[in-house]
Design a protein around this ligand. Sequence first.
Ligand SMILES: Nc1nc2c(ncn2[C@@H]2O[C@H](COP(=O)(O)OP(=O)(O)OP(=O)(O)O)[C@@H](O)[C@H]2O)c(=O)[nH]1
Ligand SMILES: [Mg+2]
Length: 347
Amino acid sequence: MKLGIIGLGRSGKTTIFNALTRRSGESVPAGGQVVPALGVVPVPDPRVDWLTGLYQPKKTAYAQVTYMDLQGMAGGIDNKQEYIALLLNHMRPMDAFLMVVRNFSDPGMDAPHPAKDYQELEDEFLIADLATIEKRLEKLEMEQKRGKKIQGAERELLQACAELLNAETPLRTRPELANAPELRGFTFLSSKPLLVIVNNADDDETLPDLSLGSADAMVVRGKLEMEMAQLPEEEAEIFQQDFGIVESALDRVIQHSFSLLHLATFFTVGEDEVKAWTIPRNLSAQESAGVIHSDIQRGFIRAEVVAYEDLRSTGDYAAARKQGLVRLEGKTYPVQDGDIIHFRFNV
Ligand SMILES: Nc1nc2c(ncn2[C@@H]2O[C@H](COP(=O)(O)OP(=O)(O)OP(=O)(O)O)[C@@H](O)[C@H]2O)c(=O)[nH]1
Ligand SMILES: [Mg+2]
């Protein structure tokens, strides 16, 4: 699962990317990167921590998200159209976006105006999606003129999307429309989940009013977080005390970005490994087995399932079983977030 970090030039994208991936800042060139940098980050999950305490495994594996530090959008570039087109191509394969907006003063830049910056970027999404739709509608029209019959509801669905976009409404407000099977081939930018990261100055923790509508927002003090992320643990604690920081915002950003993706997590447990697996919500037990290994999917017999909350409240597996909370489920059982599963299979 990939999240693209986007924003205007010098909004602090690379700073926040470095903080999230706990990377040192030195190696990153200023002025954006030509080749976008990738960083894989474990998703903090107290359930995995608790299971690790219970099983004392040799290895623990958290769910992961991948962040990509993309170049800045617009801001005094000569051939803006071409640049944006190139950037949009990097953005299309992303599953969701973190949009960084500047809310700190920077010498040589205007005073910060986060609400305006957010709107400017959102407008780029709307314009790009409208252009995609208009091109497709024109093509359909031409085909119809040449006598080809238009199949299905594609045209009506596209027109409904265009109507929303013309009213300056991002497609993410209507996921059932943007994700209709007839529109599967399109990668609309305004339909992807969006988390706005307001990048505040070091001494400011307030979230400005952005009039967001369909996106979520969080405040992060990017520079502070990056500096803190690069310190050894002990020093980071002193740093936190000095700045009166109760907790780092990074864990919340990572958890929030993961939840944007509408995924579910199930766990496998044992003495060797406690591991979080990531699946689309309600994936069947048999398909979920395939995430671990195709053999387990092929030879699937049953899934032995206990909900995390049930294991937690009973204390351990034997107790949960005694109380009848360990269930045997078949192939089509929709796996729930927090299920702990032992797959029985035969190959
Ligand atoms: N005061 C303050 N400065 C910051 C903060 N975040 C970033 N900066 C500074 O702003 C400048 C730009 O930061 P970058 O992280 O490179 O911004 P960017 O969005 O990656 O910039 P481009 O890749 O060039 O578009 C740097 O000088 C940072 O040190 C912050 O939270 N507070
Ligand atoms: Mg950068």
